[in-house]
Design a protein around this ligand. Structure first.
Ligand code: IPE
Ligand code: IPE
Ligand code: MG
Length: 250
Protein backbone atom coordinates (compact mmCIF):
# COMPACT_ATOMS: atom_id res chain seq x y z
CA UNK A 1 0.00 0.00 0.00
CA UNK A 2 1.44 3.34 -1.02
CA UNK A 3 0.24 6.33 0.93
CA UNK A 4 -1.05 8.99 -1.41
CA UNK A 5 -1.49 12.24 0.39
CA UNK A 6 -4.54 14.16 -0.64
CA UNK A 7 -4.03 17.80 -1.54
CA UNK A 8 -6.82 19.86 -2.99
CA UNK A 9 -6.10 20.03 -6.74
CA UNK A 10 -6.34 23.06 -8.96
CA UNK A 11 -7.95 21.19 -11.86
CA UNK A 12 -11.69 21.38 -11.66
CA UNK A 13 -13.68 18.24 -12.15
CA UNK A 14 -17.07 18.10 -13.80
CA UNK A 15 -18.89 16.31 -11.04
CA UNK A 16 -21.71 15.22 -13.30
CA UNK A 17 -19.18 13.24 -15.39
CA UNK A 18 -17.23 11.60 -12.58
CA UNK A 19 -16.95 7.85 -12.26
CA UNK A 20 -18.10 7.09 -8.73
CA UNK A 21 -16.76 4.20 -6.68
CA UNK A 22 -19.22 1.39 -6.10
CA UNK A 23 -17.87 0.66 -2.66
CA UNK A 24 -16.39 3.26 -0.30
CA UNK A 25 -14.60 2.49 2.95
CA UNK A 26 -14.18 5.17 5.61
CA UNK A 27 -11.84 5.04 8.59
CA UNK A 28 -13.72 7.39 10.92
CA UNK A 29 -10.67 8.71 12.77
CA UNK A 30 -9.93 11.84 14.80
CA UNK A 31 -12.79 12.00 17.31
CA UNK A 32 -10.47 12.23 20.31
CA UNK A 33 -8.37 15.04 18.84
CA UNK A 34 -11.53 16.90 17.82
CA UNK A 35 -12.69 16.86 21.45
CA UNK A 36 -9.25 17.74 22.83
CA UNK A 37 -9.06 20.81 20.57
CA UNK A 38 -12.28 22.00 22.22
CA UNK A 39 -11.27 21.12 25.76
CA UNK A 40 -13.94 18.41 25.87
CA UNK A 41 -13.66 14.78 27.03
CA UNK A 42 -12.87 12.25 24.28
CA UNK A 43 -16.39 10.87 24.64
CA UNK A 44 -17.77 14.15 23.30
CA UNK A 45 -15.70 13.58 20.16
CA UNK A 46 -17.20 10.12 19.73
CA UNK A 47 -20.67 11.60 20.12
CA UNK A 48 -19.96 14.18 17.42
CA UNK A 49 -18.39 11.46 15.26
CA UNK A 50 -21.46 9.26 15.59
CA UNK A 51 -23.77 12.03 14.47
CA UNK A 52 -21.50 12.79 11.51
CA UNK A 53 -21.59 9.11 10.59
CA UNK A 54 -25.38 9.38 10.24
CA UNK A 55 -25.04 12.47 8.04
CA UNK A 56 -22.38 11.03 5.73
CA UNK A 57 -24.21 7.71 5.42
CA UNK A 58 -27.37 9.48 4.31
CA UNK A 59 -25.39 11.55 1.82
CA UNK A 60 -23.85 8.40 0.32
CA UNK A 61 -27.34 7.02 -0.28
CA UNK A 62 -28.32 10.19 -2.16
CA UNK A 63 -25.21 9.83 -4.35
CA UNK A 64 -26.25 6.29 -5.26
CA UNK A 65 -23.20 4.62 -3.69
CA UNK A 66 -23.82 0.85 -3.67
CA UNK A 67 -21.77 -0.09 -0.59
CA UNK A 68 -20.29 1.82 2.30
CA UNK A 69 -18.10 0.24 4.96
CA UNK A 70 -17.29 2.32 8.01
CA UNK A 71 -14.62 1.48 10.57
CA UNK A 72 -16.21 2.17 13.95
CA UNK A 73 -14.23 0.03 16.42
CA UNK A 74 -11.13 -2.07 15.85
CA UNK A 75 -9.88 -5.24 17.52
CA UNK A 76 -7.10 -3.03 18.94
CA UNK A 77 -9.42 -0.36 20.37
CA UNK A 78 -9.99 -2.52 23.50
CA UNK A 79 -6.62 -1.16 24.66
CA UNK A 80 -8.31 2.15 25.50
CA UNK A 81 -9.33 3.17 29.03
CA UNK A 82 -12.46 1.42 30.33
CA UNK A 83 -14.27 4.74 30.63
CA UNK A 84 -13.84 5.46 26.94
CA UNK A 85 -14.85 1.94 25.91
CA UNK A 86 -17.97 2.11 28.08
CA UNK A 87 -18.91 5.42 26.47
CA UNK A 88 -18.38 3.93 23.00
CA UNK A 89 -20.58 0.93 23.86
CA UNK A 90 -23.30 3.28 25.14
CA UNK A 91 -23.13 5.26 21.91
CA UNK A 92 -23.30 2.08 19.87
CA UNK A 93 -26.37 0.99 21.85
CA UNK A 94 -28.04 4.37 21.31
CA UNK A 95 -27.25 4.28 17.62
CA UNK A 96 -28.81 0.83 17.27
CA UNK A 97 -31.95 1.81 19.15
CA UNK A 98 -32.29 4.96 17.10
CA UNK A 99 -31.64 3.10 13.84
CA UNK A 100 -34.36 0.58 14.64
CA UNK A 101 -36.91 3.34 15.15
CA UNK A 102 -35.87 6.00 12.67
CA UNK A 103 -34.17 4.20 9.83
CA UNK A 104 -36.99 1.80 9.02
CA UNK A 105 -38.04 3.96 6.11
CA UNK A 106 -34.54 4.16 4.64
CA UNK A 107 -33.67 1.79 1.87
CA UNK A 108 -30.35 0.73 3.44
CA UNK A 109 -29.29 -2.84 4.18
CA UNK A 110 -27.18 -2.88 7.33
CA UNK A 111 -24.66 -5.55 8.23
CA UNK A 112 -21.95 -5.73 10.86
CA UNK A 113 -18.48 -6.98 10.10
CA UNK A 114 -16.11 -8.14 12.81
CA UNK A 115 -16.31 -10.58 15.69
CA UNK A 116 -19.56 -9.41 17.23
CA UNK A 117 -19.75 -12.31 19.72
CA UNK A 118 -17.78 -10.19 22.20
CA UNK A 119 -20.58 -7.62 22.67
CA UNK A 120 -23.19 -7.73 25.42
CA UNK A 121 -26.31 -9.78 24.76
CA UNK A 122 -28.38 -6.60 24.65
CA UNK A 123 -26.19 -5.10 21.91
CA UNK A 124 -26.02 -8.37 19.98
CA UNK A 125 -29.82 -8.65 20.01
CA UNK A 126 -30.19 -5.10 18.66
CA UNK A 127 -27.57 -5.76 15.97
CA UNK A 128 -29.46 -8.87 14.89
CA UNK A 129 -32.71 -6.91 14.81
CA UNK A 130 -31.11 -4.21 12.64
CA UNK A 131 -29.77 -6.87 10.26
CA UNK A 132 -33.09 -8.73 10.05
CA UNK A 133 -35.15 -5.59 9.67
CA UNK A 134 -33.09 -4.33 6.74
CA UNK A 135 -32.31 -7.70 5.10
CA UNK A 136 -34.68 -7.13 2.18
CA UNK A 137 -33.70 -3.51 1.51
CA UNK A 138 -32.50 -2.98 -2.03
CA UNK A 139 -30.59 0.29 -1.62
CA UNK A 140 -27.11 0.91 -0.24
CA UNK A 141 -25.32 -1.82 1.67
CA UNK A 142 -23.93 -0.40 4.91
CA UNK A 143 -21.27 -2.46 6.65
CA UNK A 144 -20.43 -1.26 10.13
CA UNK A 145 -17.05 -2.64 11.22
CA UNK A 146 -17.12 -3.27 14.96
CA UNK A 147 -14.53 -5.31 16.82
CA UNK A 148 -13.14 -5.64 13.33
CA UNK A 149 -9.53 -6.42 12.46
CA UNK A 150 -8.21 -7.40 9.05
CA UNK A 151 -5.74 -9.88 10.56
CA UNK A 152 -8.42 -11.37 12.80
CA UNK A 153 -10.64 -11.81 9.74
CA UNK A 154 -7.89 -13.56 7.76
CA UNK A 155 -7.16 -15.88 10.70
CA UNK A 156 -10.88 -16.72 10.87
CA UNK A 157 -10.80 -17.62 7.16
CA UNK A 158 -7.68 -19.78 7.62
CA UNK A 159 -9.30 -21.66 10.52
CA UNK A 160 -12.51 -22.32 8.59
CA UNK A 161 -10.64 -23.47 5.49
CA UNK A 162 -8.23 -25.72 7.40
CA UNK A 163 -11.16 -27.33 9.26
CA UNK A 164 -12.74 -28.20 5.90
CA UNK A 165 -9.46 -29.61 4.61
CA UNK A 166 -9.05 -31.68 7.80
CA UNK A 167 -12.61 -32.99 7.44
CA UNK A 168 -11.87 -33.95 3.84
CA UNK A 169 -14.64 -31.75 2.42
CA UNK A 170 -12.11 -29.46 0.70
CA UNK A 171 -8.91 -30.21 -1.23
CA UNK A 172 -5.83 -28.06 -0.77
CA UNK A 173 -5.90 -27.41 -4.53
CA UNK A 174 -9.36 -25.80 -4.10
CA UNK A 175 -7.87 -22.95 -2.03
CA UNK A 176 -7.87 -19.85 -4.23
CA UNK A 177 -8.12 -16.11 -3.53
CA UNK A 178 -11.81 -16.34 -4.48
CA UNK A 179 -12.36 -19.12 -1.95
CA UNK A 180 -10.58 -17.13 0.78
CA UNK A 181 -12.88 -14.17 0.02
CA UNK A 182 -15.92 -16.32 0.71
CA UNK A 183 -14.66 -16.85 4.28
CA UNK A 184 -14.32 -13.14 5.07
CA UNK A 185 -16.98 -11.06 6.83
CA UNK A 186 -17.58 -9.32 3.49
CA UNK A 187 -18.28 -12.59 1.63
CA UNK A 188 -20.25 -11.96 -1.53
CA UNK A 189 -19.59 -8.23 -1.53
CA UNK A 190 -17.36 -6.30 -3.96
CA UNK A 191 -13.98 -5.04 -2.73
CA UNK A 192 -13.74 -1.37 -1.78
CA UNK A 193 -12.75 0.94 -4.65
CA UNK A 194 -11.95 3.92 -2.46
CA UNK A 195 -10.85 4.13 1.18
CA UNK A 196 -10.91 7.52 2.87
CA UNK A 197 -9.12 8.33 6.11
CA UNK A 198 -9.36 11.78 7.62
CA UNK A 199 -7.30 12.97 10.63
CA UNK A 200 -3.81 12.92 9.15
CA UNK A 201 -2.84 9.33 9.89
CA UNK A 202 -1.45 7.55 6.83
CA UNK A 203 -2.04 3.92 7.71
CA UNK A 204 -4.71 1.27 7.40
CA UNK A 205 -4.83 0.39 11.12
CA UNK A 206 -5.92 -3.15 10.19
CA UNK A 207 -8.90 -2.11 8.03
CA UNK A 208 -9.98 -4.43 5.17
CA UNK A 209 -6.46 -5.79 4.67
CA UNK A 210 -7.40 -8.47 2.16
CA UNK A 211 -10.17 -6.53 0.40
CA UNK A 212 -8.12 -3.34 -0.11
CA UNK A 213 -5.53 -4.95 -2.42
CA UNK A 214 -6.51 -2.57 -5.24
CA UNK A 215 -8.38 0.13 -3.34
CA UNK A 216 -7.52 3.78 -3.96
CA UNK A 217 -6.57 5.51 -0.70
CA UNK A 218 -7.35 9.13 0.02
CA UNK A 219 -5.76 10.34 3.23
CA UNK A 220 -7.03 13.78 4.23
CA UNK A 221 -4.81 15.43 6.77
CA UNK A 222 -6.53 18.67 7.64
CA UNK A 223 -9.87 17.31 8.76
CA UNK A 224 -10.98 15.28 11.80
CA UNK A 225 -13.89 12.87 11.43
CA UNK A 226 -16.56 14.89 13.34
CA UNK A 227 -15.90 17.83 10.95
CA UNK A 228 -15.72 15.68 7.80
CA UNK A 229 -18.33 17.28 5.56
CA UNK A 230 -20.26 16.23 2.50
CA UNK A 231 -17.96 18.59 0.56
CA UNK A 232 -14.92 16.69 1.92
CA UNK A 233 -16.52 13.51 0.63
CA UNK A 234 -17.07 15.19 -2.74
CA UNK A 235 -13.37 16.20 -2.79
CA UNK A 236 -12.36 12.61 -2.11
CA UNK A 237 -14.63 11.51 -4.97
CA UNK A 238 -13.02 14.15 -7.24
CA UNK A 239 -9.62 12.74 -6.31
CA UNK A 240 -10.80 9.18 -6.94
CA UNK A 241 -12.00 10.15 -10.40
CA UNK A 242 -8.50 11.48 -11.21
CA UNK A 243 -6.86 8.16 -10.43
CA UNK A 244 -5.85 5.75 -13.15
CA UNK A 245 -6.67 2.26 -11.90
CA UNK A 246 -4.63 -0.36 -13.72
CA UNK A 247 -5.03 -3.47 -11.57
CA UNK A 248 -1.62 -4.66 -12.68
CA UNK A 249 -2.31 -4.08 -16.37
CA UNK A 250 -0.96 -1.33 -18.59
C1 IPE B 1 -11.84 7.20 15.98
O1 IPE B 1 -11.39 8.33 16.67
C2 IPE B 1 -12.90 6.44 16.77
C3 IPE B 1 -12.43 5.15 17.30
C4 IPE B 1 -11.27 4.61 17.08
C5 IPE B 1 -13.37 4.42 18.14
P1 IPE B 1 -10.23 8.25 17.74
O2 IPE B 1 -10.82 7.99 19.07
O3 IPE B 1 -9.18 7.29 17.31
O4 IPE B 1 -9.67 9.73 17.69
P2 IPE B 1 -8.15 10.16 17.80
O5 IPE B 1 -7.42 9.44 16.73
O6 IPE B 1 -7.68 9.80 19.17
O7 IPE B 1 -8.18 11.63 17.57
C1 IPE C 1 -8.65 3.14 13.51
O1 IPE C 1 -8.33 4.26 14.27
C2 IPE C 1 -9.89 2.50 14.02
C3 IPE C 1 -11.11 3.28 13.86
C4 IPE C 1 -11.23 4.44 13.31
C5 IPE C 1 -12.29 2.63 14.34
P1 IPE C 1 -7.33 4.20 15.50
O2 IPE C 1 -7.31 5.56 16.07
O3 IPE C 1 -7.68 3.08 16.39
O4 IPE C 1 -5.96 3.85 14.78
P2 IPE C 1 -4.46 4.12 15.24
O5 IPE C 1 -4.31 3.62 16.64
O6 IPE C 1 -4.22 5.59 15.15
O7 IPE C 1 -3.63 3.37 14.25
MG1 MG D 1 -7.53 7.52 16.19
Amino acid sequence: MIAVLFKKKETTIDRSKRILPQHIGIIMDGNGRWAKKRGLPRQAGHQAGASNFRKITRYCTTLGIKSLTVYAFSTENWKRPKEEIDALMDLFYDYLQDALVNFREENVRTTFIGDTSIFSEKIQALMQEAVDLSADKTGMRLNIAVNYGGRDEIVKAIKEISAEVAAGTLQESDITPELVSTHLYTAGQPDPDLIIRPSGEYRTSNFLLWQSAYAEYVFMDDILWPDFSTENLEEALDEYSRRNRRFGGV
